[in-house]
Design a protein around this ligand. Structure first.
Ligand code: TMP
Length: 207
């Protein structure tokens, strides 16, 4: 899918911070880029996000969780991503199917094949042209963040889960080397931002 870019990474890698800096840069440069996020990104999808992340929903079944992420994705595609792409705009989305592959497929242990199939139904051929992976191990990310947020049901799962997620990303990257731009996010924030912009320029997003 042309012009569709996703950003992935473990908790605490600074994804939101980096995306906000990038948004500011695009505004200053006059680039017409739609920034959005998953789960959520549109009215109904944000309502689904609240249910998924609510720490009170600790009894949620893993498969229910996987379907809710996919449901949020379907709605967000309809409301935001497809209209923008149809207008020829660039869309940069903070998380997408890779998050489901690694968090639900690998982290939760539902199986990558099952989650790939579920998401084929949800997204059809709306796959990103390329995906930026902000690379920082969960150990360093949580250290930087000062620990997990206990009000966030996903963050609170525990270190072993997040390590599986990180290793899951590494597996996806090894299996899809052409789709991923891996960026070392362990340095200063400005360095990571510079690398991120360079990757987007290299891929022809900024002309
Ligand atoms: P965020 O903190 O980056 O906004 O993401 C919310 C949480 O949802 C984060 O813990 C990652 C998780 N997640 C999944 O488990 N599966 C998914 O498909 C998506 C999009 C996010």
């Amino acid at each position: 899918m042309r012009n569709f870019i996703t950003i992935e990474g473990c908790e605490g890698v600074g994804k939101t911070y980096q995306t906000n800096l990038l948004k500011q840069y695009c505004r200053e440069m006059g680039y017409d880029v739609v920034f959005t996020r998953e789960p959520g990104g549109s009215d109904i999808a944000e309502q689904i996000r609240k249910i998924i992340l609510d720490a009170n929903n600790s009894d949620m079944d893993d498969l229910c969780e996987a379907f809710l992420y996919a449901a949020s994705r379907i709605q967000h595609l309809k409301d935001i991503v497809k209209p923008a792409l149809n207008e020829g705009k660039v869309v940069i989305c903070d998380r997408y199917v890779d998050s489901s592959y690694v968090y639900q497929g690998i982290g939760r242990g539902l199986g990558l094949d099952k989650i790939v199939k579920l998401n084929e139904i949800a997204v059809g051929d709306y796959m990103p042209e390329f995906t930026v992976f902000l690379d920082l191990s969960p150990e360093n990310a949580f250290k930087r963040k000062g620990g997990a947020d206990s009000n966030d049901r996903m963050e609170a799962i525990g270190y072993a889960f997040h390590l599986k997620v990180y290793e899951g990303y590494k597996r996806l990257i090894a299996e899809n080397p052409a789709r991923f731009e891996v960026i070392d996010a362990s340095g200063a924030k400005e360095q990571t931002q510079a690398k991120l912009r360079a990757a987007l320029a290299r891929r022809g997003v900024f002309r």
